[in-house]
Design a protein around this ligand. Structure first.
Ligand code: SAM
Length: 192
């Protein structure tokens, strides 16, 4: 089947972009599925920075990464992604191959904490400054929860306004699925 789910397509994009030894960022670690995919893609010489505000999420992710033997190449930070510029070392600025955002709630948690446009948009701006030429950013959007549609609209607006000569942005979405399917925004920094 050539058509991929939103999550599979996001992984496909980052895996096609990253090479061994690259640097990547997971801006919403959650249970660590995306962090693990990034850690595998950058290999033993690479480095991943993962951010989440919830200790519960980082604990789950830490266990997942350790069980796969990739924890040494991942730095987990219990910080909001809106502080990315302060917490991801300045030495990797302009060298990051991929940044993944998977917005919304922590799956399987009783926590009602969710990402918000007030922090997501500054984080997207910070992430776009970290990317290297031809680096990519994936943003998975969920509109089925309160606040989700407003956050998705803010991300759409941010992506639509990106200067075409510096970035290309696309929207990947299923147009005939019911019940608020997730959708994806992908941004690539153009070669210098
Ligand atoms: C949909 S989940 C992420 C799923 C995750 N990528 C995975 O593979 O399991 C969204 C996560 O964003 C986190 N989050 C909410 N606000 C945040 C913020 N300001 N900075 C970083 N993470 C945040 C939540 O704690 C939650 O774990």
């Amino acid at each position: 089947m050539p058509i991929q789910s939103v999550l599979d397509f996001a992984h496909h994009v980052v895996e096609e972009t990253l090479s061994a030894g690259d640097v990547a960022v997971d801006a919403t670690v959650g249970n660590g599925h995306d962090t693990l995919a990034l850690a595998r893609a950058v290999g033993v010489e690479g480095e991943v920075f993962g951010m989440d505000v919830q200790a519960e999420a980082l604990d789950q992710a830490r266990t997942r990464l350790a069980s796969e033997g990739v924890e040494e190449r991942v730095t987990l930070l219990q910080e909001g992604h809106e502080t990315m510029e302060a917490h991801v070392p300045a030495s990797v600025r302009g060298r990051v191959g991929a940044v993944m955002f998977n917005l919304g709630y922590l799956p399987g948690s009783t926590s009602t904490l969710t990402t918000t446009p007030e922090t997501t948009i500054p984080a997207l701006k910070a992430a776009s400054a970290l990317l290297r030429p031809e680096g990519v950013m994936t943003v998975v959007l969920y509109t089925g929860h309160e606040g989700g549609p407003a956050e998705a609209a803010a991300v759409d607006s941010w992506a639509t306004d990106l200067p075409q000569e510096k970035f290309q942005a696309l929207s990947y979405r299923f147009v005939n699925q019911k019940n608020h399917p997730p959708r994806l925004v992908v941004v690539e920094k153009r070669a210098a």
